[in-house]
Design a protein. Structure first.
Length: 391
């Protein structure tokens, strides 16, 4: 081969080599650009993912759990920190629409559980419900659904003697006494508890009456109180008893009441607001007499004890004190008979006799006919009462 021909071939080869290198350079550049674009895409995806992740909120980070009730009887109370959650969801945004949606979203959050009587260490399920409409509008995810909670921090409860501040008082007289129950607790919950006796009336001396709280031990414990007893018994050992025999009447008391009877007759006669003679006779003519009546020769004429026969009457016993007096006015004078009535004489818990003897002016009737008066007041009760004269 000639040198010239060889030279031409060398130049041709050199040109081909340069072309190849130029092509490879363009290919490398294109690949580099592709790699850059792909990397940018990955970064964008990561950024979006990070943004989305930044809009996911675990609402449980904003909920505190406390417990009402004693350990073993507790229920959870869920408290959402709405202000803190609102600030976190809003971030630096001042958009009014977003603010509205965030507020509505927070308002829609509800927590609930079916579990009750929870103790420390128990695991229970809680439902978290959120309105998805406001989640979407606010552009966030609250992560609703169920969550398991392990209970802790529940108080052991406050031990109380429930009846320490419950007063039980027997009222009236045996065997017809009643009972009054007074709750003196100052605590708002305990003061609202009510109680029922197993016997409300017709209580006799020596009876035992059981008082029971109307709220169960468990329900009380659910409010944080552990009571030792929800029922207890009280003995009616200090009740007065109705007199049931004439021998139990204290003559000294009768003497005092008899004095009051005579004083009342004199006082009533001297009262010029009515006419004693008219009251005794029902004769209206006495209403036209000068109302200056006088009383003389007033004396006790009889004392009668009436004891109920079985269950015949509502009143257990009566004591009647009868008296007479001469009542005169400016035109006439008559012997007037009086019958003073006292019901349900009794024996106190200390064994002393007593009887109600107030308002004497309201206890008597009077007449100028003794037999009629006796029959009206005393004799008419003979079917239901045994009548004995007190000597």
């Amino acid at each position: 081969m000639e040198l010239k021909e060889f030279s031409h071939k060398g130049e041709a080869i050199e040109k081909e080599i340069k072309k190849e290198f130029q092509f490879m350079g363009r290919t490398i550049k294109k690949r580099r650009v592709g790699l850059i674009i792909a990397a940018a895409g990955v970064i964008a995806v990561i950024a979006v993912a990070l943004f989305i992740h930044s809009q996911q909120f675990d609402v449980w980070d904003y909920i505190t759990i406390s417990y009402e009730g004693a350990n073993g009887y507790a229920k959870p109370v869920f408290t959402l920190n709405k202000d803190k959650l609102y600030k976190e969801l809003m971030g630096k945004s001042t958009d009014s629409d977003k603010s509205y949606n965030v507020k509505m979203l927070i308002a829609s959050i509800e927590t609930s559980t079916d579990e009750e009587d929870i103790a420390n260490g128990d695991t229970y399920k809680v439902r978290l419900e959120v309105d998805k409409k406001y989640e979407d509008a606010a552009g966030v995810s609250m992560g609703g659904g169920n969550k398991k909670i392990k209970a802790s921090g529940i108080s052991k409860g406050t031990s109380v003697e429930l009846f320490d501040k419950v007063d039980v008082t027997f009222t009236g007289v045996s065997p017809q006494a009643g009972i009054v129950i007074t709750n003196n607790w100052e605590d708002e919950y305990l003061s609202g508890l009510t109680f029922t006796p197993d016997k409300k009336d017709n209580i006799s001396l020596g009876d035992s009456v059981k008082i029971t709280c109307n709220t169960s031990y468990e329900d009380i414990a659910r409010h944080g109180f552990l009571v030792h007893n929800i029922e207890t018994s009280y003995n009616a050992d200090k009740l007065p008893e109705y007199v049931d025999d004439v021998s139990l009447i204290d003559k000294k008391v009768i003497e005092q009441v008899s004095k009051e009877v005579l004083e009342t007759i004199n006082k009533e006669t001297a009262d010029n607001t009515f006419h004693m003679l008219y009251k005794a006779t029902k004769d209206t003519a006495y209403l036209y007499h000068v109302n200056e009546e006088t009383c003389s020769d007033a004396k006790i004429t009889g004392i009668y004890y009436l004891q109920k026969k079985g269950n015949a009457g509502e009143t257990n016993n009566y004591i009647y004190i009868t008296a007479s007096a001469t009542i005169s006015d400016s035109e006439d004078s008559k012997t007037v008979y009086f019958a003073f009535s006292y019901s349900n004489a009794y024996i106190n818990a200390d064994g002393t006799f007593d009887m109600n003897h107030d308002n004497e002016e309201k206890r008597y009737v009077c007449s100028t006919d003794y037999d009629s008066l006796y029959s009206e007041c005393i004799g008419s009760k003979s079917d239901n009462y045994t009548i004995k004269e007190v000597k």
